[in-house]
Write a protein that binds this ligand. Structure first.
Ligand code: SF4
Length: 228
């Protein structure tokens, strides 16, 4: 199969993003937070768990340690007690306290507003930083590539990367910047509804004509749908 030109890939993914936008539009964050610091902590806690599980523990967590100054002074074991229902709670508790401490020591008590600074915080990678920049500050510096975005990008033939970090670079190279903002939340919903991890429902996909995995029909007979 001939290699696809960048121009064709850009056109294809641009149309895909427009259709995702028409389908899903803007959605408020499913995590409960009231300040940039609370958002950092909530996103950090959401790794390997559901947003609902995070929302169940954060009211008590933020009541006790809702600012960087308070979290910096917290005992990680006490924080772990409050979040013990979440996976990796001990490590996450250490990251929470570490974030509070670094924000106090290196950033004057304010959550930083750049990617380079945010990824210095314990437990904060590019995915978390992208979400914080976008949701808390309205800054779009990249695309948060989670498991759904990663899978869809691979199936759509937009990346051959083997890590989300490398896949983000490929996506940034072909998706126009003004469309970056919607990718994470819209593709996640699409990944849960249609292009799911277990099976891609290509026959019901509204973007099948844009995807290299679309079903190809041979002849007019029933049962002749093949994947390519
Ligand atoms: S055609 Fe299939 S693989 Fe491609 S985006 Fe749609 S559901 Fe996913």
């Amino acid at each position: 199969m001939p290699r696809e030109s960048k121009k064709s890939k850009v056109a294809r993914v641009t149309e895909f993003c427009h259709r995702m936008d028409a389908l899903y539009g803007e959605e408020p964050s499913a995590l409960d937070w009231h300040s940039p610091f609370e958002l950092v902590i909530a996103v950090l806690l959401s790794a390997q768990t559901t947003d609902a599980a995070v929302n169940a523990v954060t009211p008590e967590l933020f009541r006790r340690w809702g600012t960087p100054a308070l979290m910096a002074e917290a005992d990680a074991a006490e924080v772990a007690d409050v979040i013990h229902r979440l996976g990796f709670f001990r490590m996450k508790a250490q990251h929470c306290v570490g974030c509070g401490q670094m924000i106090m020591s290196d950033f004057g008590g304010e959550v930083p507003r750049t990617m380079a600074e945010l990824v210095r915080l314990p437990g904060v990678g590019r995915k978390t930083a992208n979400i914080v920049l976008n949701k808390a500050f309205g800054i779009v510096e990249g695309i948060a590539v989670d498991t759904h975005v990663f899978r869809i990008a691979q199936r759509m033939g937009l990346t051959r990367a083997t890590t989300p970090l490398a896949a983000e670079k490929d996506l940034l190279a072909v998706i126009p910047q003004e469309l970056w903002e919607g990718v994470n939340s819209q593709w996640i919903r699409f990944g849960r509804a249609t292009c799911t991890a277990r099976v891609a429902h290509c026959d019901e996909c509204p973007c099948a004509d844009l995807c290299p995995r679309r079903p190809v029909r041979h002849g007019a007979g029933k049962g002749s749908v093949k994947k390519r």
